[in-house]
Design a protein around this ligand. Structure first.
Ligand SMILES: [Zn+2]
Ligand SMILES: [Zn+2]
Length: 385
């Protein structure tokens, strides 16, 4: 018994950890060798003979690398002579190739003002991610004008692509400068937080929901610059049959959407028409719901804001300015615009009671209760979130 206490058996985890450290150190050493060869390759016009636009392109295709990885290899290889102490530190396992990459990139960026000893001391103390950040601070202090020009360039090169797939799904892709990107994240992050302990949406889903919420809020609050005398609204054209969800009714059309919009969505958009103009085109009579008395606006909305203060979904904390007025019994089915028939719901929970088939009802004591969609065979109802 004494013996087993004295000699700790090596756990499988500890063994794997040790092996991983040794393997990745070998990878780092190989990467230094590869970078040296990459720089030698880049100094020739071999890529041109093969019909590639640059050495980076040649490495990208023939060595199965991303363009960033290829560019890093060349940049490190070309700078090795300027960073001998850091290269030695990788060999002895004090720092990694990721550190060396940042040192080499910094040496190239700041030119003659480069101070390797100072950076290497920081590399030894910090993770590669933190060290990369510190290198950028160093670049700013050593070469403020160069750093500013680089940042200005990133602002000039901001881009956002919005494209539509064949199924109508919209793809968004973009690149931003650090400050512009930080502004977007600062605006989105509070909206990305979970709306309660049952909120099981993954972070990516919450990010996407947050961007839609931000857009709806901007439209709802009239923050988007006017076009002529009109406030900017979502614009939907639907027939009365569509809004009623009658069998055989066509779908609705929406501006900027390549796909027809379902009855359920029209029902939600018409529920609180304060953000939407719905034009009912039935029996040649065009009714602009946006101007009809069915919207929850003016004093009725103010009273609703005071009473509910925000989304009334149990556990949700979105404030009134981020919520829509919901008719518990839809006006299209005879529901009134009186307070007992109205409640505030945030954009997502409003979606859940219309398209998501949840129900929200007011109990006798005034509390709001949610009822999950009808459970069908094999399907499990999710808890309210
Ligand atoms: Zn509604
Ligand atoms: Zn809510």
């Amino acid at each position: 018994m004494l013996a087993t206490q004295d000699v700790q058996p090596r756990t499988p985890g500890a063994e794997a950890g040790e092996e991983l450290e040794q393997l990745l150190h070998q990878v780092d050493l190989l990467l230094i060798r590869a970078s040296r060869v990459a720089a030698r390759f880049a100094a020739t016009d071999e890529y041109d003979k093969w019909g590639y636009a640059s050495p980076i392109d040649w490495i990208r295709f023939n060595c199965h690398q991303t363009s960033t990885a290829a560019a890093d290899l060349i940049a490190v290889g070309e700078s090795l002579e300027r960073v001998p102490e850091s290269t030695q530190a990788v060999s002895s396992g004090e720092i990694g190739f990721a550190h060396l990459k940042a040192v080499a990139r910094t040496a190239r960026a700041v030119g003659s003002k480069f101070d390797e000893a100072l950076l290497l001391a920081k590399a030894r103390e910090n993770s590669p991610g933190k060290f990369y950040y510190l290198c950028n601070h160093y670049r700013h202090s050593a070469d403020r004008k160069g750093y500013e020009a680089e940042q200005a360039d990133l602002v000039e090169n901001r881009k956002l692509w919005i494209s539509t797939g064949e199924d109508g799904a919209v793809w968004i892709n973009g690149v931003f400068d650090p400050v512009g990107g930080a502004s977007i994240r600062t605006a989105l992050e509070p909206l990305v937080r979970r709306s309660g302990k049952h909120d099981d949406r993954c972070r990516e889903k919450r990010m996407a929901d947050a961007l839609v919420d931000l857009s709806l809020h901007a439209l709802d609050s009239g923050l988007i610059p006017q076009q002529g005398s009109q406030r900017t609204h979502l614009q939907v054209t639907a027939s009365l049959e569509t809004l009623l969800g009658l069998p055989g009714a066509p779908a609705a059309d929406m501006e900027f959407s390549s796909m027809p919009v379902s009855s359920k969505t029209v029902e939600r958009l018409a529920c609180d028409a304060s953000v939407t103009r719905i034009i009912l085109d039935s029996r040649s009579v065009v009714i602009d719901v946006g101007r009809a008395k069915r919207t929850i606006s003016g004093p009725a909305r103010k009273a609703l804001n005071v009473r509910d203060r925000g989304c009334t979904w149990p556990g949700c904390e979105r404030p009134a300015s981020w919520a829509s007025g919901h008719h518990i019994r839809h006006w299209i089915h005879g529901g009134t615009n009186e307070p007992p028939n109205l409640t505030l719901l945030c954009y997502r929970h409003h979606w859940m009671v219309h398209e998501g088939n949840w129900q929200i009802v007011r109990a006798d004591d005034g509390r709001m209760l949610t009822i999950p969609p009808m459970v069908t065979f094999g399907a499990v109802a999710r808890g309210p979130d």
